[in-house]
Design a protein around this ligand. Structure first.
Ligand SMILES: Cc1cc2nc3c(=O)[nH]c(=O)nc-3n(C[C@H](O)[C@H](O)[C@H](O)COP(=O)(O)OP(=O)(O)OC[C@H]3O[C@@H](n4cnc5c(N)ncnc54)[C@H](O)[C@@H]3O)c2cc1C
Length: 449
């Protein structure tokens, strides 16, 4: 199932491109231009005064895969990153287990202004291609639910293996170096950093998004876009937990740590997956998924028992003598059923319904059956907010994709400039789709730079 079905060599051309540049495209320089610059201080970093014909800004997963692909084509590649450690988000991904791809990595799983944009790159670098790369790196993955693939060796080993492969392919890392500006010049691009400028004929923006700043998320792409005259769609937190107030918060706190499978819907979207009650509100995969679509003030509709039908159970003549609360307790986790019926929390059930739950099923009027079913299958919760960028696994918004080729990821108005990964207005659903986008876009640009 997980063995590589596409030979790695078939998807990773080894020879440098020799063809002449197309009109409007930056020339492929045989002697790259570079500004001499002071070496960076970290012993693991390469001096910045060695020529590079591709400068990749950001050594996250998108930058690393782009670098590896380009270096294996014979390009001289250097990666610049503000952090002293590469790919910090990748190292933290999947709680350290890295949900590194998804067997169903198709455009339907991405939030972007142009849903057609990701299609080409995803087609050219399917999950099987990533699995083939993993195998080449001496790593493997296993499937969990919903086609989600996790790296058997963990996120840290995956990041280490990618960095090692890049170094082996000749890529140089300029770490601890913050990019402050990018501007087009006669011989390509000038990249300003906090330790002096660099130049290169080709520059790849792989600087990610502002999501989860404690792991290196910054708004650098938005700032660079402004100075380069590129459109940038406002970044919004995606895949982030909800906060609640009042009675709902009291219920969440009472149930903190409890998880169950639920369907959360809002804004025409619905996700069935794990829901977790927390001290701040609601989290878990289903809550993170719907948070990418939620807007402040909107109510979430939560089905706490999506695989059952409480109406049917309460009307079932064989349960006529059972108390409604017993049926409820059989359907939901015990703590949740008790909390919903407890007047001390007063969160979900109005008093008359709590009374109804103490009656036998056969005695329940239709209105009470409907109301009880409504609480279980269509619980209305209006979160007060989310934990925002601070704990967002991704951000929607980013560089408007209309400005970039969906094949090469090169900027249409600034030839020689590329953008990949979360820097672009493409945000994936939870389940390995964001990392897969980093791989697919990095691979496509790596073949073109
Ligand atoms: C906690 C957490 C868990 C996650 N788990 C998963 C998961 O299991 N599966 C999944 O698919 N996705 C997951 N994601 C999302 C995934 O990690 C990101 O979508 C992915 O890392 C984006 O890759 P990128 O290379 O585009 O950007 P990034 O990984 O953000 O890399 C950008 C790089 O640019 C550098 N940088 C930024 N600004 C500057 C600057 N001005 N100068 C120099 N360098 C700069 C940063 O230091 C960083 O190294 C998770 C995210 C988080 C935060």
């Amino acid at each position: 199932m997980f063995g590589p079905s596409i030979p790695y060599k078939a998807i990773m051309p080894q020879r440098p491109r020799k063809s002449a540049p197309r009109p409007g495209q930056a020339p492929v320089l045989t002697r790259p231009v570079v500004l001499v610059d002071a070496p960076v201080d970290s012993p693991s970093d390469a001096p910045a005064d060695v020529p590079a014909d591709v400068l990749i800004l950001g050594a996250g997963p998108a930058g690393l895969l782009c670098a590896l692909t380009a270096a294996r084509r014979g390009r001289q590649v250097a990666l610049v990153d503000a952090a002293k450690t590469t790919a910090r988000k990748l190292r933290a991904s999947g709680g350290g287990r890295s949900n590194c791809t998804n067997l169903d990595a198709s455009p339907a799983h991405y939030l972007t202004a142009d849903p057609r944009f990701p299609a080409q790159a995803l087609k050219r670098f399917p999950p099987q291609a990533f699995l083939a790369l993993l195998a080449k790196l001496g790593l493997s993955a296993h499937e969990e639910d919903f086609g989600r693939l996790f790296c058997d060796q963990g996120a840290g080993k995956l990041a280490e293996a990618l960095e090692r492969a890049c170094r082996k392919a000749g890529c140089r890392f300029i770490l601890g170096r913050q990019v402050t500006g990018v501007s087009p010049g006669e011989a390509g691009f000038r990249v300003d950093t906090d330790k002096g400028p660099l130049t290169s004929p080709r520059v790849v923006l792989a600087l990610g998004s502002p999501a989860w700043p404690a792991l290196g998320g910054t708004d650098s792409v938005a700032r660079l876009a402004g100075s380069l005259g590129l459109r940038h769609l406002p970044a919004r937190p995606a895949l982030t937990p909800f906060t609640c107030t009042g009675a709902t918060l009291a219920l969440c706190r009472e149930l903190s740590g409890l998880g169950l499978t639920a369907t959360l819907s809002c804004c025409g979207k619905a996700y069935t997956d794990g829901l977790l009650f927390t001290h701040q509100g609601l989290s878990g995969p289903a809550a993170l998924q719907i948070s990418s679509h939620w807007r402040k003030g909107e109510a979430l509709t939560i089905d706490l028992a999506p695989e059952a039908d409480l109406r049917q159970l309460l009307r079932d003549p064989t349960r006529g003598k059972a108390l409604a609360r017993t049926v409820l307790a059989g359907l939901l986790p015990r703590r949740l059923a008790e909390a919903l019926l407890s007047d001390k929390i007063g969160a979900a059930l109005p008093p008359e319904l709590a009374d109804a739950a103490n009656r036998r099923c056969a005695e329940l009027p239709k209105a009470h059956i409907e109301a009880l079913a409504g609480v279980v299958h269509a619980w209305q919760v209006t979160p007060s907010g989310t934990l925002g960028m601070a704990q967002a696994e991704a951000a929607s918004g980013g560089l408007d994709t209309a400005q970039f080729s969906p094949k090469t990821f090169e900027c249409r108005t600034l030839p020689g400039l590329f953008a990949i990964g979360e820097a672009l207005d493409v945000a994936g659903e939870l389940g390995g789709f964001n990392l897969h986008w980093a791989w697919a876009s990095g691979f496509a640009a790596g073949q073109a730079v």
